[in-house]
Design a protein around this ligand. Structure first.
Ligand code: NAD
Length: 361
């Protein structure tokens, strides 16, 4: 796309995560928030005022904002059950789209989008924002330079505490299978899968355990207990390409972990460890002398600190070079791994995955 103005962005979904994107949008020169959409009129009025959005660019229907001639591209931060619908309407309207994770509610939706997308590609980015954590960008460079040698094991944990019993978090859409798809797995596990694919490569097989520790919550609309339909703990182990093994744990009941994604990568020459609560440092234990290696904490160099998902989204739209951006394939393949983790947990089997994107595999 060639434009001589900033790219005008339409933002769909004005809840919690939209604040992250509004903040990021204000820091990327190439793009500008110009339209908003939510089914909640109060949210539209509030954000409309805060962002100075013209009345004619405030929408309540996704079809209308996506078709608007005042919108060059969409950023979609809506609940999981409408991700596929938004992406479908964007493809049909030839509008570039950044859509949040998980890619879709289930594999059936993912296959449907894949068929549409293959016939009519638009610039597409999925919200795997943690790739852009400075320490993750730096670790990727260190691995490519051979700093830890050949990788043999990646260990990933994504832990949050908001579901812990004593917080009494009320029932919300994240606990409803029909809106969320899965619980901790699709919400946090999708980021773990993306981290493993980012640093190592494709998944080949998985075995898994999925549990719901807190299985009833109070629905604030009725003040009555409602059944939680999704997992709040999932662990899986995997074989990845190049003979790498992976171990993964995600939970919403980890008291003390507000929002903690931690990755440890073991190679034959050393180990790297990083986490998103300390985004600007990396811990290394690397053998480069006859002595036993010791752990060192290193500050991430400045040139790894200025990358963002939305910078790359703008570059992708303008057909400029950008590497490591999470694309349609990353969303589709991620969903396929999520689906296999569910199957593995349900059957108790170790299940093979074909990570290519041919339909039905
Ligand atoms: N990448 C990340 O790290 C990350 C972090 C948090 C959330 N997310 C994702 O962002 C998405 C939104 O999460 P959230 O925490 O902001 O949820 P939220 O419930 O706080 O906000 C969702 C918003 O979408 C609106 N909405 C619902 N249906 C709609 C429709 N049909 N059309 C337009 N708007 C609609 C709601 O009114 C609400 O304002 C989810 O898919 C979630 O997985 C990603």
């Amino acid at each position: 796309m060639v434009t001589n103005h900033k790219l005008y962005i339409g933002l769909i979904g004005l809840g919690g995560m939209s604040n992250y994107y509004r903040n990021l949008l204000s820091r990327v020169d190439a793009i500008q928030l110009s339209a908003i959409c939510d089914v909640n009129p109060e949210a539209v009025a509030r954000v409309g005022e805060e962002e100075g959005i013209k009345e004619e660019n405030r929408f309540f229907q996704i079809e209308e904002i996506i078709a608007s001639p005042n919108v060059d591209a969409i950023i979609a931060v809506a609940p999981n059950n409408i991700h596929a619908k938004i992406v479908e309407v964007c493809i049909l309207n030839k509008k570039p789209v950044m859509s949040e994770k998980p890619f879709t509610l289930n594999m059936e939706e993912a296959e449907h989008l894949n068929t549409l997308y293959q016939a009519n590609q638009v610039p597409f980015v999925i919200g795997f924002i943690h790739r852009y954590t400075p320490s993750f960008q730096y670790a990727k460079e260190l691995i490519e330079k051979g700093a830890i040698g050949d990788i043999h094991h990646i260990d990933v944990k994504y832990q949050q505490s908001f579901g812990a019993p004593f917080y009494d978090t009320p029932y919300l859409w994240r606990y409803d299978k029909h809106v969320a798809g899965t619980g901790a797995l699709g919400d946090l596990g999708a980021h773990m899968i993306d981290a493993a694919r980012f640093f190592v490569g494709e998944f080949e097989s998985v075995s898994a355990l999925m549990k719901t520790l807190v299985n009833k919550r109070i629905d604030p609309r009725t003040n009555e207990e409602k059944e939680v339909m999704v997992d709040d703990f999932t662990s899986f182990q995997a074989e990845l390409e190049k003979n790498v093994v992976g171990s993964f744990v995600t939970t919403r009941n980890a008291v003390g972990s507000a929002n903690q994604l931690e990755v440890t990568i073991y190679g034959n020459l050393g180990t790297l460890n990083m986490d998103i609560e300390h985004p600007n440092e990396i811990r290394l234990c690397i053998k480069n002398s006859d002595e036993d290696p010791v752990w060192k904490t290193e500050a991430v160099p400045e040139d790894h600190k200025n990358k963002s998902l939305l910078d790359d989204f703008a570059k992708l739209i303008k057909n400029e070079k950008c590497s490591n951006v999470p694309t349609f394939d990353d969303g589709y393949i991620n969903q396929k791994v999520v689906e296999h983790v569910i199957q593995a947990a349900e059957t108790g089997q170790f299940i093979k995955i074909n990570s290519n994107r041919e339909e039905g595999k």
